[in-house]
Design a protein around this ligand. Sequence first.
Ligand SMILES: [Zn+2]
Length: 272
Amino acid sequence: MTSIIEKGFTVSGIGLHSGAKTQVHVLPDDRNQGRYFVRVDLPEKPMIPATVSAVNQTLLSTELMADTATVRTVEHLLAALTGCGIENACIEIDGPEVPLLDGSAKNWVDAIIASGLNPSEMAVGSPVIEPVWVREGDAFVAAIPAPDIRFTYGIDFPYPAIGNQWVSWSPKTEPFQDFIAPARTFGFADQIEQLKQAGLIKGGSLENALICDRSGWVNPPLRFDNEPVRHKLLDLIGDLSLLGTIPQAHFLAYKASHKLHIQLADILYQNK
Ligand SMILES: [Zn+2]
């Protein structure tokens, strides 16, 4: 459910991991404080900055924390704001997790475009001068010096529906809202039970995630042939947005995760 209010918008829905219904109210903020959350359901209404140093954990989603207040699964909303060039925003939320909506950033982008937030091309920060990377086994994320910002992502899953996929995106040539935002999150039918038993994905459903099993997609059709890897790129943009403005570099990731995305963002933050 989305409603457009004067200079901002309100969206409500279910959180993927908590299953909790929350309402998000995004407001412009011209005080140049970057993007930040406000837990309006808690006493004192604590502010949680959307910055690298506020990351609390990265298990299957990115969670931010300030003092004891947390907000989880921030990556799709933050990617939407960043992809639409919204560098400053006050994000009021009345619970612990951002709604998953349809599993992509499409609803967020639609709301931004319909609101008074004036979307523009993604802002680009200072150039990265030396290559930086993090790795775990054969998974990695790197930031390579480049004349323009670019994002390239590869994944390889032992499910025939996905297999090996790549995508490369430049904000200068393809709009975020068409090329990246509609790509939905994805999961595997044979892991659902295990994740539920671990207390995760309580709000997961066939309406908010693409699910595949060994024989193919359980809930087609896909929005893009390579929708899963485009979604990973969406997650990467959401995680890198915690730097404030994403620096100018070619970001190259393979089989990475929120954990590796944040580790790279951490190094870039320290090099600032
Ligand atoms: Zn995601």
